[in-house]
Design a protein around this ligand. Structure first.
Ligand code: PRP
Ligand code: URA
Length: 209
């Protein structure tokens, strides 16, 4: 079963409170989402494999560590996932960025795929799928289905706010995918919004309320 890690840190909790507040405007909301993404990237990359490399300091030859292993692809689920990309790239600047377009039909709450553009050789890469919200889990499951169909096998899912319902759906569908979230909230409401949540992340990021 995929692991769920709630990245519990005072800075993250403080910043989450700012974006949960309905009085926080678009510009500040966007900035703080990226700041949280940057902090999450630090934790998500904690287990990245290292390899030895020989270098010369100005004084001696020495064997030190450098990142090894699979090349990273950050995969925002459009639209709202875009809000986390710059923050993640701040810490993993060499990552490639793939895009998965997915929106939730407001009546059925079912995800609808409308765009996919990924780098080649997905089987050799570490994918970090990012979306601020894991609500019913439908969008995350559909996005990961689409990525696995294209050869991806090494996937982590990174979000800001998760509902227990969405965590279960994602774990059941993709037990190999570890989930990193800044908060595990209480529950979904009858319209599939996370409580207490932060509202519609895409609308708040892009000012389309
Ligand atoms: C939001 C959010 C997730 C999805 C989560 O996107 O960014 O992708 O809902 O809900 P789920 O877990 O129930 O699928 P939305 O469909 O509102 O699209 P947007 O990013 O374009 O605003
Ligand atoms: N999508 C959002 O943007 N917010 C929610 O609370 C649920 C799904």
């Amino acid at each position: 079963m995929g692991n769920v890690q709630v990245i519990d840190h005072p800075l993250i909790q403080h910043k989450l409170t700012i974006i949960r507040d309905k009085n926080t405007g678009t510009k500040y909301f966007r900035e703080v989402v990226n700041e949280i993404a940057r902090l999450l990237a630090y934790e998500v990359s904690r287990e990245m494999p290292l390899q030895d490399v020989e270098i010369e300091t100005p004084l001696v030859k020495t064997v030190q560590k450098q990142l090894a292993g699979k090349k990273v692809v950050i995969v925002p689920i459009l639209r709202a996932g875009l809000g986390m990309v710059d923050g993640m790239l701040d810490l993993i600047p060499a990552a490639k960025v793939g895009h998965v377009g997915m929106y939730r039909d407001h009546d059925t709450m079912e995800p609808v795929e409308y765009f996919i553009k990924m780098p080649s050789d997905l089987s050799e890469r570490q994918l970090l799928v990012v979306d601020p919200m894991l609500a019913t889990g439908g969008s995350a499951v559909a996005a990961i289905d689409a990525l696995k169909k294209r050869g991806a096998s090494n996937i982590k899912f990174v979000c800001l706010v998760a509902a227990p319902e969405g965590v279960k759906v994602l774990q059941d569908a993709h037990p190999d995918v570890d989930i990193y979230t800044a908060s595990l909230d209480e529950k979904l409401n009858e319209k599939g919004y996370i409580l207490p949540g932060l509202g519609d992340a895409g609308d708040r990021l892009f000012g389309t309320l």
